[in-house]
Design a protein around this ligand. Structure first.
Ligand code: ATP
Length: 881
C-alpha cells in the first residue's frame, strides 16, 4: 500500500526504535498508551521524550498444518512483503502468541506496514507480575509508514526508517467529508444514549464532551473502543486516510448501534424471563465495552493497562492450573479472578483481588515434608547441636517417640523456658532438623494487636495476612516447626483485640485445624504444624495459654557445661572467621577467668561474643603470619624453613586484657560485705535469670522513720517495713534495748537501699535479706562473707518458699558465694540444682528468721525466742559449715 496520498509525507531523519504492539493495544495519534515492559524485554529502558515507532504485530497466520495447501500461507506472506521488510533477524519456529512475542524476537515481517510515531512521556519502575520492569507512557503523535526495518546487535531490537503521515485540513468546500464527521458524531452520541443506563453520569458527560471536542482527524481513533472495532480493523485504521477512516468507524458504530437496539428489543420481549445468570452475562459484556471505552478516552491508557492487568490475571490462572490446591481454595481464587477480570485495573479493588489470589496461591496447602522419625538420628542431631541439656533432650525424644507411635497425636506444645542465651531458639532449630521439617520463627515480642497474628480484613487499606500465614508461606510446607519466640513478651492493647486469644486458638489442637486468618478468610489447617514456644519468664504468660503448654526449664549452665560448650562455640567461630581448625586454644585458667570476670551470665551468648572477639584478633595475627610464610617460601635463600609449623595461638589469662579489655566483673560481693548492715540476697529477674541483690542499711539521728530507695515495688517496700517491725518486736530478745517496752531507734531514722538504683525491683523474696541487713546493722555485726539468702518473711519471722531456686543457686555459684540460705519449704526444689553446683555450695534450709540469722551473722545473736528451737531445726543440705 502506498503512503497516504492526502497528506504530506515526510521521512524521519533517524532510525527509530520499534516498539512492537500486540493484540488490541495500538497507539493512535492523540492517545496515550501504557506499556508494561519487563526487564530483559527489548527497549525495557527508554529515555523520557525519546521518539519511537509503535508498530502493531499482525495477528499470526494459522499453524502450518492448518494452513491451506497453497495460497496465502506464511511463506507467501513473506514473498508478498516489501523487500525492505524481509526478516533481517531469524524468525523463531512456530506461531506467535502475544506472550511468546514477549520472550522471542519479533521479526520485521510480523510487523504491520503502518504504525504511529510515539513520544515517551514518562517511565516508572514497577513490578510487572512476578518480575521487575517499567511502566512506560507513550503519547501518539502521528501515523507513520514503515519504510525499512533493520536489525540491531541485539536480535530483539529492531529499528525502522519511517515516513510521517499527516491528514490535511478539511476544505470548507468538502461538504461530503464534513457530513461524514457529523454522521460519526451523531451515531456515537446515539450509541452513548443507548448505553447510558449502564454508564455512570460522569462517564456519559465525559463521552459527550469528547465527541463534541475531538478534532475530526482523531475522532475515529478515539472511538475504536465504542465501535468495538476488530483487531484487523484497528490495524487497518492506521493505514487509512481521513475519509476512509470515517467510513470504517461509521460502519462499525452503526453495526454496534443495531446490535444494542436488537439486544434492547430482545430484553424487552424476554423481560423477566431472563435468568439471573444471563442478565449478569449481558451486563458484564456491556460493562466490558464501557470500561474499554473509558480506559481509552481518559487518556491514561486504561484499556491498555487493562490488557497489562490481564497478564497478571493470566499468570495467576496459570499458577492455579499448575498447582495442587484444595477445592475451597480453587473456588475462592476463581471467584477473585473472575471479579478482577470484570474490572478496570486502575481500580484499587482490582489489586486487592489479585493480591489476595496471589497469597492464596503462595501458601503450601498440600506440600508436606515427610517426617524423618529415626530416634537415633534425632538424638545424634540434638547431641551434635547442644552440649548437655540431658533432661531437655530426653523430653524432646519422648515427645518425638510418642509422635511416631501416634501420627495424629495432638501432642502438648513444648515451651522452652529459661534465661537468654541458653539455646532455646537453637533447640527449636534442632527439633526441626531432627524431624526433617522446615523451621520458621515468629517473634512475638511486642505483638500487641490481634491482627498482627490473624491479619486484617481485606477491606482495610494495605491489609495483609497475619504473621502465622506469612510464616507458613516462608516455611513452604504445611507441617513446619514454628518457634513462637518470646511468648512471655506478648503485648496487650484493649483497643486492638487480645493477641493471646488468637494464640489460644492457634495452639488449640481442637481448633487450629480450621484457623481463619482475617485476610485469607478461608480455613487453614495448622494441625500439622509443630509449635514450640520460648520464654524467659512464666509470670507474664496468660494462664490459659500457659495451661496449654508443657514447660521445659533451661535454668542456665554450670561453669563446666559452659567450658564444654565453649569448645563447640570456638569451633563455630573458627569457621566463621576463616581460621583453620584449632588455631585458637584457650588455656583452662583463661577460660575460668573469661567465665567469671568477663561473661558472668546464665547462658552462653556473651561467651560466644567474647570468643568471636578473640578469633577476630587472632585472625589479624594469622594473616600476618601467613603472608610472612608466603614470602619465606618465595625467597628460600633467606634461610627460613618452607615448612613452618602450623600457626596456633594459646590464649592465657594475661592475654585476655589485650584481647577483650579490662574485666567486666570483679569480686565485689566479698569487698562489699565487710561492714554491718549489708546483706546479700538472691533475686530472680524477669529475664528468667538468677542474680545477686545487695541490701544496704544505715541509721542516723531522726524520728524513728524508715526510708526505702532503689526503685522498689510495693511488695518490696512492704517487706522492708515488715523486717523493721520484726526487728523492733524482738529488739529486747536480741539485747538491743533495755526493756521490752523500749522502741529501737526511736530517735533515729533508718535508710535501706537496694543498688542498682536504675533497675526496678519487686517481689517478696527479699524479706529475709532485708531483716538480716537490719539485724546486722542493729547488732553492729557484719554478715558472713560468701553467704547469700532468699525467702519471704512473715510478721512472725516465718520464712516462706520462693521461686527460681535453681536459677538463684546458679547465680550464687557464678558469683563464687559458698553458702545459700533457702526456705525449708524449697527443699524439694534444691534437688533440681545441678549436682556440680550443689556439691560446691553449702545449702541451709531455714523455717524461721532466727535460724537464718544464726547462719548469716558472723557472731550469731544470743537469741532466745520462746517458740523456736534453733538448734534442732537448722538443717544443712551439705553440712560443711
Ligand atoms: N548447650 C549448648 N550447646 C551448644 N551451643 C549452645 C548451647 N546452648 C546455647 N548454645 C549456643 O548459644 C547461642 C545462643 O543460643 P540461642 O540464641 O538459642 O539462645 P536463646 O535461649 O534462644 O536466647 P534468647 O532468649 O535471647 O532468644 C547459639 O549460638 C547456640 O547455638
Amino acid at each position: 500500500m502506498a503512503p497516504n496520498a492526502t497528506g504530506p509525507a515526510a521521512a524521519a531523519n533517524d532510525l527509530l526504535p520499534v516498539v512492537p504492539l500486540f493484540g488490541a493495544r495500538i497507539l493512535y495519534p492523540g492517545v496515550v498508551l501504557r506499556l508494561s515492559l519487563r526487564d530483559g524485554d527489548a527497549f525495557a529502558r527508554l529515555d523520557d521524550n525519546a521518539l519511537v515507532a509503535c508498530v502493531p504485530v499482525v495477528p499470526s497466520p494459522p499453524p502450518a498444518s492448518a494452513a491451506p495447501a497453497s495460497g496465502d500461507g506464511a511463506e507467501n506472506q513473506d514473498a508478498d512483503a516489501p523487500s525492505s521488510s524481509k526478516a533481517l533477524v531469524p524468525r523463531p519456529k512456530g506461531t506467535h502468541s502475544p506472550e511468546q512475542g514477549r520472550q522471542h524476537a519479533v521479526t520485521s515481517d510480523q510487523l504491520a506496514e503502518y504504525g504511529c510515531l510515539g513520544r515517551i512521556v514518562k517511565t516508572v519502575r514497577a513490578r510487572i507480575g512476578p518480575v521487575h520492569g517499567s511502566i512506560v507512557l507513550v503519547e501518539g503523535l502521528t501515523r507513520v509508514h514503515v519504510d525499512f526495518i533493520s536489525a540491531h546487535a541485539d536480535p530483539r531490537q529492531l529499528y525502522a526508517s519511517v515516513s510521517l503521515l499527516y491528514d490535511s485540513d478539511i476544505p470548507d468546500t468538502d461538504t461530503n467529508l464534513a457530513n461524514k464527521v457529523t454522521a460519526v458524531r451523531q451515531t456515537a452520541l446515539a450509541l452513548v444514549a443507548h448505553l447510558q443506563s449502564s454508564l455512570s453520569a460522569s462517564a456519559v458527560r465525559d463521552l459527550r464532551a469528547l465527541l463534541q471536542s475531538a478534532p475530526a482527524d482523531q475522532l475515529s481513533f478515539a472511538l475504536v473502543g465504542l465501535a468495538e472495532l476488530s483487531a484487523d480493523d484497528r490495524i487497518t485504521l492506521l493505514s487509512q486516510d481521513l475519509p476512509d477512516r470515517l467510513d470504517l468507524i461509521l460502519t462499525s458504530l452503526r453495526r454496534r448501534l443495531d446490535a444494542v437496539n436488537l439486544a434492547a428489543s430482545i430484553r424487552d420481549k424476554v423481560g423477566d424471563t431472563l435468568s439471573k445468570k444471563q442478565r449478569e452475562l449481558l451486563l458484564r459484556q456491556q460493562l466490558e465495552v464501557i470500561k474499554k471505552e473509558l480506559g481509552e478516552l481518559d487518556g491514561s491508557g486504561g484499556m491498555n493497562s487493562r490488557d497489562a492487568g490481564n497478564d497478571d490475571v493470566r499468570d495467576l490462572e496459570q499458577r492455579l492450573a499448575d498447582g495442587k490446591y484444595p477445592v475451597h481454595v480453587v473456588q475462592h481464587v476463581e471467584k477473585d479472578l473472575k471479579r478482577a477480570k470484570a474490572m478496570n485495573p486502575a481500580m484499587a479493588e482490582y489489586h486487592t483481588l489479585l493480591n489476595h489470589a496471589d497469597w492464596m496461591l503462595s501458601l503450601p496447602w498440600t506440600t508436606v515434608s515427610p517426617d524423618a522419625m529415626d530416634l537415633g538420628a534425632a538424638r545424634a542431631q540434638l547431641d551434635a547441636d547442644h552440649h548437655g541439656l540431658e533432661p531437655v533432650k530426653t523430653r524432646i525424644l519422648e515427645f518425638l517417640a510418642v509422635r511416631k507411635l501416634r501420627d495424629a497425636l495432638h501432642g502438648p506444645i513444648l515451651c522452652l523456658h529459661g534465661p537468654p542465651g541458653v539455646g532455646k531458639t537453637s533447640l527449636g532449630k534442632s527439633i526441626a532438623a531432627a524431624m526433617g521439617r522446615q523451621f520458621a520463627r515468629i517473634a512475638l515480642g511486642g505483638v500487641r494487636d490481634e491482627a498482627e497474628l490473624r491479619g486484617h480484613r481485606r477491606t482495610y487499606v494495605g491489609a495483609m495476612p497475619g504473621v502465622v500465614v506469612q510464616t507458613l508461606k516462608k516455611a513452604g510446607t504445611r507441617n513446619p516447626v514454628i518457634l513462637l519466640d518470646e511468648i512471655d513478651k506478648l503485648g496487650r492493647d484493649p483497643m486492638r483485640g487480645d493477641p493471646a486469644a488468637a494464640l489460644l486458638e492457634i495452639l488449640d489442637p481442637e481448633q487450629n485445624a480450621h484457623f481463619t486468618d482475617h485476610y485469607l478468610n478461608v480455613p487453614l489447617d495448622l494441625s500439622q504444624v509443630l509449635f514450640v514456644a520460648t520464654c524467659n519468664s512464666l509470670d507474664t504468660i496468660p494462664r490459659p495459654l500457659l495451661d496449654r503448654m508443657e514447660v521445659i526449664d533451661l535454668p542456665g549452665y554450670t561453669p563446666s557445661e559452659k567450658t564444654a560448650i565453649a569448645a563447640t562455640l570456638l569451633a563455630k567461630q573458627h569457621e566463621r572467621h576463616g581460621l583453620p581448625a584449632n588455631t585458637v586454644r584457650i588455656d583452662p585458667d583463661a577460660m575460668q577467668h573469661l567465665l567469671f570476670n568477663y561473661t558472668r551470665e546464665a547462658g552462653v551468648r556473651n561467651l560466644e561474643r567474647s570468643l568471636a572477639t578473640i578469633c577476630r584478633a587472632v585472625a589479624v595475627e594469622f594473616v600476618g603470619w601467613r603472608d610472612q610464610q608466603t614470602v619465606a617460601i618465595a625467597t628460600p635463600e633467606r634461610g627460613e624453613s618452607a615448612k613452618a609449623p602450623p600457626f596456633t595461638k594459646t590464649v592465657r589469662v594475661a592475654d585476655l586484657r589485650d584481647l577483650l579489655g579490662g574485666p567486666k566483673y570483679d569480686d565485689d560481693v566479698y569487698l562489699r560485705t565487710m561492714v554491718p548492715g549489708l546483706a546479700v540476697g538472691l533475686a530472680y529477674t524477669g529475664l528468667g535469670t538468677g542474680s545477686v541483690l545487695f541490701v544496704e542499711a544505715t541509721q542516723y539521728p531522726g524520728k524513728g522513720r524508715l526510708q526505702l530507695t532503689g526503685q522498689l515495688g510495693k511488695v518490696l517496700q512492704e517487706s522492708g517495713h515488715l523486717a523493721l517491725t520484726w526487728l523492733r518486736t524482738h529488739a529486747h530478745a536480741l539485747g538491743l534495748v533495755a526493756t521490752a517496752s523500749d522502741l529501737l531507734w526511736a530517735d533515729r531514722d533508718v535508710h535501706v537501699h537496694l543498688p542498682a538504683g536504675a533497675v526496678a525491683k519487686d517481689g517478696p523474696s527479699a524479706g529475709v535479706t532485708l531483716a538480716t541487713a537490719l539485724v546486722s546493722l542493729a547488732l553492729g555485726v557484719p554478715v558472713r562473707r560468701g553467704v547469700a539468702m532468699t525467702g519471704e518473711l512473715t510478721l512472725r519471722g516465718d520464712v516462706l518458699p520462693v521461686g527460681g531456686i535453681v536459677e538463684k543457686a546458679l547465680a550464687a555459684h557464678r558469683m563464687h558465694l559458698h553458702t545459700l540460705v533457702l526456705p525449708e519449704r524449697n527443699r524439694k526444689d534444691a534437688d533440681e540444682i545441678p549436682k556440680e553446683v550443689r556439691d560446691e555450695l553449702t545449702i541451709v534450709f531455714c523455717a524461721h528468721l532466727s535460724q537464718v540469722l544464726r547462719v548469716a551473722l558472723d557472731t550469731p545473736p544470743t537469741l532466745t525466742l520462746p517458740d523456736v528451737d534453733v538448734g534442732a531445726t537448722v538443717r544443712y543440705y551439705a553440712p560443711k559449715l
